[in-house]
Design a binder for this molecule. Structure first.
Ligand code: DX5
Ligand code: ZN
Length: 221
């Protein structure tokens, strides 16, 4: 079962409650929350207060994508706010094993993300300790960018490593996902696709979620 994790990045934040209802109706069970600090990425979004408000409104799995420097300072704060999965960027951490341990100690699922140009070698030896690898298919910072196809071989390579090692690890892709690119990413080995603009800017979000879901779950490999 391939999952869609809608990203709220380009939603109207005053309408989140209402938009969440549509998402929940579609049977989706995961929501992607992009936290940006204006340092690691050039954009600023929101922090734990937003996660907390959303937690009050929904039982969806909250997949918190930290695009921030010094993420180790904020793990327990996001746990407190109601996160289920916390993903840190490998580019922002000096000791990956200690932040993995920290996230795990908080009782959270451990995600590690790689920018399009970052090599899988940075995380290979930690794979057994990670629950989800988030491969960026755009340079992080903004919604609505174009899917970078040169990441596809990296998705394939990671899927191969996961199979070879017999791991239970999710591969999430994030950026530029639509009806055309999602099947490419899934064929390459992704099993969670984040979708921002494509869903939110569509005329009928519910129908778009359903058709995207059908497309990625009926792929002939
Ligand atoms: C980008 C964010 C993404 C973003 C994706 O830095 O990490 O989650 O919301 O948006 P789309 O699907 O519009 O590329
Ligand atoms: Zn994201």
């Amino acid at each position: 079962m391939i999952k869609i994790a809608p990203s709220i990045l380009t939603w109207d934040f005053t309408e989140i409650g209402r938009t969440l209802k549509i998402i929940e109706k579609s049977g989706i069970n995961m929501l992607h929350l992009d936290v940006m600090d204006g340092h690691f990425v050039p954009n600023i979004t929101f922090g734990p207060a937003m996660v907390k408000s959303i937690r009050k409104k929904t039982g969806l799995i909250l997949d918190v994508h930290l695009m921030i420097e010094e993420p180790e300072k904020y793990i327990s704060i996001f746990k407190e706010a109601g996160a289920d999965i916390v993903t840190v960027h490998v580019e922002t951490v000096s000791k990956l094993n200690s932040i993995i341990r920290l996230i795990r100690k908080e009782g959270l699922r451990v995600g590690v993300s790689l920018n399009p140009k970052t090599s899988l070698n940075t995380i290979k030896k930690y794979l057994p300790e990670i629950d989800m690898v988030l491969l960026m298919t755009v340079n992080p910072g903004f919604g609505g960018q174009e899917f970078i196809k040169s990441v596809l071989p990296k998705i394939r390579e990671l899927r191969k490593a996961v199979l070879r090692k017999g791991l239970k690890l999710d591969i999430e892709v994030d950026g530029g996902i639509n009806l055309k690119t999602a099947p490419m990413a899934v064929k390459a080995g992704a099993n969670i696709v984040v979708a921002g603009n494509y869903l939110y800017k569509s005329r009928n979000m519910l129908n778009t979620v359903i058709s995207l879901n059908n497309a990625i779950n009926n792929i002939k490999m």
